[in-house]
Design a protein around this ligand. Structure first.
Ligand code: G3P
Length: 249
């Protein structure tokens, strides 16, 4: 049985005070046995979060990384730097990076490879826009984004990914995919993975993201192909995020 992963994505939000609030709460909490938890915090808080969460179940992740290893790239942050300050995961291909920062499939692949090169777990985000869904292209878009990465990796590299299905129309809108809509896309993702290898498909964690909150997490996480959540807004309140973690597993 796959472990569930609930990961918070603070986006460009948060503070050292919020890091401390999470430390205090998660240091004292018992989570369901099958549940892993992570927080993707902004770069400036990574080091503090890695230190603060050492005696908690929280893993620390980043929200993006450069595809370069180092050098004259003002403002960029490499995978090596993330690993150095204690990050264990990194989001790649979030829809906000794709749409607002021009990251196409090639840029996403380069960042996945950069993460793997530094033993970071890439959480590869996939998702269709409302227009694409209404045009009946959901699976073509999502599986195309998946193939653009998986086709270029070897089997070992593929097995080190975590996937997150985040329908763009559900992100930050309060409009969650229904459990049936989400399960249907997750099942299509797993069927696509099975074409690479049944073992890969069986082991891969595929998270759901898009307006997940305590009130809807239970039924989403009960779906057979949903292996956790990628939580934006509700990860900024420690009690809300904890309630989502506790509704899993
Ligand atoms: O990466 C998480 C995300 O994009 C979902 O955000 O605020 O809809 O939970 P939100």
């Amino acid at each position: 049985m796959r472990t569930l992963l609930v990961a918070g994505n603070w986006k460009m939000n948060g503070s050292l005070a919020l890091v401390e609030a999470f430390r205090q709460t998660f240091a004292a909490v018992a989570l369901p046995a099958r549940v892993e938890v992570a927080l993707m915090v902004p770069f400036p808080y990574l080091n503090a979060a890695a230190d603060a969460f050492r005696d908690t179940p929280l893993m620390v992740g980043a929200q993006t990384l450069s595809d370069r290893t180092g050098g004259a790239f003002t403002g960029e942050v490499s995978g090596g730097m993330l690993a150095d300050v204690g990050a264990r995961l990194v989001l790649v291909g979030h829809s906000e990076r794709r749409s607002l920062f021009g990251e196409d499939d090639a840029a996403v692949l380069a960042r996945v490879k950069a993460a793997l090169a530094h033993d970071l777990t890439p959480v590869l985000c996939l998702g269709e826009t409302l227009e694409q869904r209404e045009a009946g292209r959901t699976e073509a878009v999502v599986l195309g984004q998946l193939a653009a990465v998986c086709d270029a990796l070897d089997p070992d590299e593929r097995s080190r990914l975590v996937l997150a299905y985040e329908p763009v129309w559900a992100i930050g809108t309060g409009r969650t995919a229904s459990p049936e809509q989400a399960q249907s896309v997750h099942a299509a993702i797993r069927a696509c993975l099975a074409e690479y290898s049944p073992t890969l498909a069986e082991g891969m964690q595929v998270l759901y993201g898009g307006s997940m909150k305590a009130a809807n997490a239970g039924e989403l996480l009960a779906q057979p192909d949903i292996d956790g959540g990628l939580v934006g807004g509700a990860s900024l309140q420690v009690d809300d995020f904890l309630a989502i973690c506790q509704s899993a597993g």
